[in-house]
Design a protein around this ligand. Structure first.
Ligand SMILES: Cc1cc2nc3c(=O)[nH]c(=O)nc-3n(C[C@H](O)[C@H](O)[C@H](O)COP(=O)(O)OP(=O)(O)OC[C@H]3O[C@@H](n4cnc5c(N)ncnc54)[C@H](O)[C@@H]3O)c2cc1C
Length: 455
């Protein structure tokens, strides 16, 4: 009998753990990722430049990467379509994203693990289109992969514990952090993180990591402001300062509390948006809060399709690792009462207790009150808040065609959730016939260039 073939889409912590578990059960594994190197967002690196102080659990990464010697790995492979109607078929274009001729690749498989992770999310702020403003994730990627700091003096603002590693990396890359500004208030943080502390006893590693970041803030005398937000970014041609303001429990700015902080750059991070497109295309059900629905085995509602990591809930890299191991094990035909998967099941339970606390930092609706009418919400097509308001009651298609929101280069990946928060009905930015950027010429040439595996 030939081995079960498992395709893993995404080589972050979840995908790597899935591949390792499926390989251990004897499956024939194919891993696809659009990045140049495996590792995903958590282990984003450059072989020569990576400063190991910015990388956590590096030896774990090396073990996972080592296991891939028994898999077929395609990096720089953009998966643009997933078909599940008559068996599983994954279509990718392989080659550097800006290369003239990428080659088509179609892989057929018995099971698919979707581990596409999440994008980081930044809420619009007046002035956020000035040079010097990026998402916190982009600032982190620059520091981790390229050893480059965003500016000489950066304000890191938004919500959630992710702001801490970003601030620490900026300092390690040679920059200074003027302030870390967290929108969740003292009461919310005390309620969220202070309740049932024994549930967090099993996540000592995470606590140590957070302690390390807090130590970095203390050493560099970086203020950590709670219950405050950057509500305006100032500058003539580039960032020169920000307005920081206290916000109420719903993140409504409180008048009279404004202060100005001088800086030359701003890293904004208000949480993460799961990359759902592949799962939606594969026919997987998505919950009301927009995550892929999975059962104990990490199986989705689509036959032989599993999902793991941030696409199933924002819970951090350790949860992604545990979920990935369970998904890969189940995709390769393993059963959950098998002793070999017990450790991953335990780790998943522990990390879900930690993840529940992240809701403390979830976006609250009052942020829309810091926007001006002319604040740009969709950056690719320069669509302002006022323009969206004109079509707030229109149906999705009408809104998109009239305003062009979400129709630019990012296809709504950056602005989608913010546009949806400002209009009456869901716009459905994550339903796409084509998952990743692909040139029309490449699509037309596919019948000539496409290479099929396992026919
Ligand atoms: C920008 C960013 C930076 C982060 N930095 C840190 C950090 O420094 N410290 C920390 O603790 N947490 C960080 N996080 C959170 C952490 O990365 C996640 O908790 C963890 O990586 C989740 O693992 P994952 O495997 O689910 O997803 P990811 O690590 O995001 O991996 C998903 C992979 O899927 C690939 N992919 C997606 N769609 C396609 C497609 N269509 N075709 C081909 N490949 C595809 C992506 O290229 C990516 O490599 C960061 C998150 C983001 C978004």
């Amino acid at each position: 009998m030939s081995a079960r073939r498992v395709v893993v889409l995404g080589a972050g912590p979840a995908g790597l753990a899935a591949a390792q578990a499926a390989i251990a059960l004897g499956a024939e594994v194919v891993v696809l990722d659009e990045n140049e190197r495996v590792g995903g967002q958590f282990w984003r690196h450059h072989e020569q430049l990576t400063d190991r102080r910015m990388q956590h659990q590096w030896s774990r990464y090396e073990r996972l990467r080592g296991a891939l010697s028994r898999a077929t790995v395609h990096t720089e492979a953009s998966v643009w379509r997933v078909d599940t109607e008559r068996g599983i078929r994954v279509h990718a274009l392989v080659g550097p994203a800006d290369a003239a001729a990428r080659t088509g690749l179609t892989i057929e498989a018995d099971a698919l693990v979707i581990a596409t992770g999440a994008h980081d999310r930044a809420l619009p702020v007046p002035g956020w289109t000035l040079p010097g403003v990026t998402t916190a994730g982009a600032a982190q990627a620059l520091a981790k992969r390229d050893g480059v700091t965003l500016g000489r003096r950066t304000v890191v603002a938004g919500a959630g514990p992710f702001l801490l590693p970003v601030a620490a990396s900026l300092v390690l890359a040679g920059g200074a952090v003027a302030e870390v500004v967290e929108a969740a208030g003292v009461a919310a943080i005390a309620r969220g993180w202070g309740r049932a502390p024994w549930q967090l006893a099993g996540v000592a590693g995470k606590a140590a990591e957070l302690g390390e970041y807090a130590g970095s803030l203390l050493r560099h005398r970086t203020p950590y402001r709670i219950g405050q937000a950057v509500t305006r970014i100032h500058g003539r041609g580039a960032v020169e300062a920000v307005t920081v303001q206290r916000v109420d429990a719903d993140w409504r700015p409180i008048a009279g509390t404004e202060r100005t902080v001088e800086c030359d750059s701003v890293a904004l991070g208000h949480g993460f948006t799961p990359r759902l497109e592949a799962a939606i295309q594969a026919g997987c059900a998505v919950s009301d809060d927009r995550f892929v629905v999975v059962d104990e085995r990490q199986a989705t509602t689509a036959s032989s399709v599993f999902a793991a990591g941030e696409v199933t809930g924002i819970a951090g890299a350790d949860a992604a690792l545990a979920e990935g191991a369970v998904a890969g094990f189940a995709a390769a035909g393993g059963a959950l009462d098998d002793d070999r998967i017990r450790g991953a099941l335990r780790a998943r339970r522990r990390m879900h207790a930690f993840a529940a606390r992240l809701a403390t930092h979830a976006i609250r609706p009052g942020w829309t009150q810091w926007l001006d009418d002319d604040t740009i919400v969709c950056r690719c097509e320069s669509v302002t808040r006022a323009r969206l308001a004109e079509y707030a009651d229109a149906a999705s298609r009408g809104l998109r065609l009239a305003t062009r929101a979400g129709l630019g280069a990012c296809q709504g990946r950056t602005c989608g959730p913010s546009v949806e928060a400002l209009v009456a009905s869901p716009v459905g930015f994550d339903r796409r016939p084509i998952l990743s950027s692909i040139r029309i010429g490449e699509l037309a040439d596919l019948h000539q260039t496409e290479h099929k595996e396992h026919q």
